[in-house]
Design a protein around this ligand. Structure first.
Ligand code: ATP
Ligand code: MG
Length: 577
């Protein structure tokens, strides 16, 4: 491809609306343009990178025995009513009517549609296992679409669904996908980690997320320094230490004035105790109903754990004014004693004795609060965020924390969808049984953003070679110089003949501009044909990632560059064989 013909509108300025680096660079490097909130056009360069991801995904899915199909994006409401998700899915599901007033939605995911296919077309155990996937545009009406391709409303996903005869076979399908995902992200040239993920009501370690490690990630991962344990903080279970189980509390319940003391730290200072002596009470909205949640004063509520304990579809924090409107409870002075709304507690709170808590009256707290004696929560469980002081849930070892971007999610579904949709097959004895299912997603467009979050510098994108729109950019720095121009053209053709994806910068621009754009768009190999060629017959090869430069004799430059690229790609492929 010739740069002069390529539709590649780069810009020098950092767009004000872009908060994270991948969003800024995707805009500046002419990869995407915004249509409206959460909706982007992929310009040629961005589309090329995304198609690179999709190609790797397809190769590895096929290799793992999955088969590609393509389902409609528009889905009829009746299927969603059968699964129960028409009611449950919430506002992320975009619903609309057709001209006959029939209800539809735009597919955010395809469990319903694929289960419908299975119940119509798969009848016997002899046809199983089956794993079907697609690469398709999804729509989710996200509350906060942001960060460009990272969290769009429309985005490209690979979604796969497996159907098996029983749990054991489904476990095997799951392991095959887990292995395929390792290969995919490895081949994309990304630094990533598979972690145990929250699997909602199903429980167990039947869900893994694949995280690209990057500071800007929206997810936090806990990693054990002694064993293999790695999990999303949403999932990481807090082990209660045995040492913590103290004697019974004996103090009487007394009221104490704490004027203006709304924050835990201030109450602690004022009463000369530590935050660990205070019971913190917070109100959340669970499926629209206010629930008071108790954690120790120095702890944070983990909302996903709360959602699971309550069996709620949605849990959200609410601001002080709304708490007051809904419950008439004074924020900052709330407490569990005689509280009039639903009450749940973190397990650790139930071990506290003679604690401090709000009195549900402005400017007042209670001393000598004892669980069991003074209040009884409706539910008790592991509700708080794990911290670095907690031991590893698997081995007790030391934990460290790191940020990640979720690029893939694999999930053992069991029979929830097949039972709801009555999707069955006949086993060996002619008995009808529900399929045991799994589902496996990859955010194909998000991978492009994640790759840039992980690989960039002040000058622009540094595409990992396997995802780069072009592998090499050849700079012609003598547009008006016959010898230089014809050498650049020759190198360009030579690389093309060797099957290398090459971009020739043949624009009538100053060298400085050409260098800047080459850096910005992040092409891994840059070959410059300029004055040094004219003088010494050499081509300068520069690696975008390291800045390392080498001089190559013009005659062998094409061959040498092609070899380097092949070797780099092969290395990524081989590391798991
Ligand atoms: P998240 O927690 O980020 O909202 P999710 O759990 O809703 O993700 P899944 O339903 O598991 O995501 O979707 C599969 C994959 O699709 C995710 O791992 C992610 O890579 C990608 N994905 C999900 N939502 C978006 C989005 N709004 N924009 C881009 N990619 C997305
Ligand atoms: Mg989501």
């Amino acid at each position: 491809m010739r740069y002069s013909k390529l539709f590649l509108p780069t810009t020098r300025e950092t767009p004000a609306e872009a908060e994270v680096i991948s969003h800024q660079l995707l805009l500046r490097a002419g990869c995407i343009r915004k249509l409206t909130s959460g909706l982007y056009t992929y310009l040629p360069l961005g589309l090329m990178a995304m198609q690179k991801v999709a190609a790797i995904v397809r190769e590895e899915m096929n290799r793992a025995g999955a088969q590609e199909l393509l389902m409609p994006m528009v889905q009829p409401a009746d299927l969603w009513q059968e699964s129960g998700r028409w009611q449950k899915y919430g506002a992320e599901l975009l619903r609309f009517k057709d001209r006959h007033q029939r209800d539809y939605c735009l597919g955010p995911t395809h469990e319903e549609v694929i289960t419908d296919i299975a119940r119509r077309e798969l009848h016997s155990y002899r046809q199983l296992p089956v794993n079907l996937y697609q690469v398709q545009t999804k729509f989710r009406d996200e509350i906060r679409p942001r960060f460009g391709l990272m969290r769009g409303r429309e985005f490209v996903m690979k979604d796969a669904y497996s159907f098996d005869v029983d749990d054991e076979a489904a476990g095997k399908s799951y392991r095959i996908m887990k292995e395929a995902y390792h290969r995919i992200f490895q081949r994309c040239g990304l630094s990533f980690r598979a972690v145990e993920a929250d699997s909602g009501s199903i429980g167990g370690s039947f869900s893994h997320e694949f995280m690209v490690l990057a500071d800007t990630g929206e997810d936090t991962l806990v990693i054990c320094s002694s064993c293999e344990y790695a999990a999303n903080v949403e999932k990481a279970a807090v082990a209660l230490s045995e040492a913590g189980s103290a004697a019974e509390g004996t103090a009487a319940l007394t009221r104490v004035e704490t004027p203006g003391m709304k924050k835990v730290d201030r109450v602690a200072d004022f009463l000369d105790v530590t935050p660990a002596d205070i019971i913190k009470t917070m109100v959340f909205l669970a499926d629209g109903e206010p629930v008071a949640v108790l954690v120790r004063g120095d702890r944070q509520v983990q909302e996903v754990k709360l959602k699971n304990l309550l069996g709620a579809a949605e849990v959200e924090p609410i601001d002080d004014d709304t708490v007051w409107k809904l419950t008439k409870l004074p924020v900052g002075y709330m407490g569990p004693v005689d509280i009039q709304i639903r009450l749940v507690a973190d397990q650790e709170v139930m071990r506290m004795t003679d604690a401090i808590a709000g009195a549900n009256e402005k400017g007042m707290h209670l001393r000598g609060v004892n669980p069991g004696r003074d209040f009884t929560p409706e539910l008790v469980g592991d509700l708080r965020q794990i911290t670095s002081e907690d031991g590893c849930p698997a081995c007790g070892g030391r934990l460290s924390f790191t940020e990640g971007i979720e690029v893939g999610h694999i999930f053992k579904l069991g029979t929830s969808y097949s039972e709801a949709l009555k999707a069955t097959y006949q086993d060996k004895d002619g008995v009808d049984k529900p399929f045991v299912m799994g589902c496996y997603g990859i955010g194909v467009s998000r991978v492009v953003a994640a790759a840039i979050e992980q690989n960039h510098d002040d000058n622009g994108i540094i595409f990992p070679l396997p995802l780069a729109p072009f592998q090499v950019i050849v700079l012609n720095l003598g547009m008006k110089n016959e010898a230089i121009s014809s050498a650049a053209e020759q190198l360009y053709r030579d690389l093309q003949d060797r099957g290398i994806e090459v971009l020739l910068d043949d624009r009538d621009e100053r060298p400085g501009s050409k260098f800047k754009d080459a850096d910005l768009i992040g092409i891994p190999y840059r070959a410059t044909v300029g004055k040094v060629y004219e003088k010494d017959g050499m081509v300068e090869l520069r690696l975008r990632a390291t800045g390392e430069t080498t001089m190559l004799p013009f005659e062998s430059a094409g061959k040498q560059i092609a070899t380097m690229i092949r070797e780099e790609l092969e290395q990524l492929q081989q590391s798991f064989d």
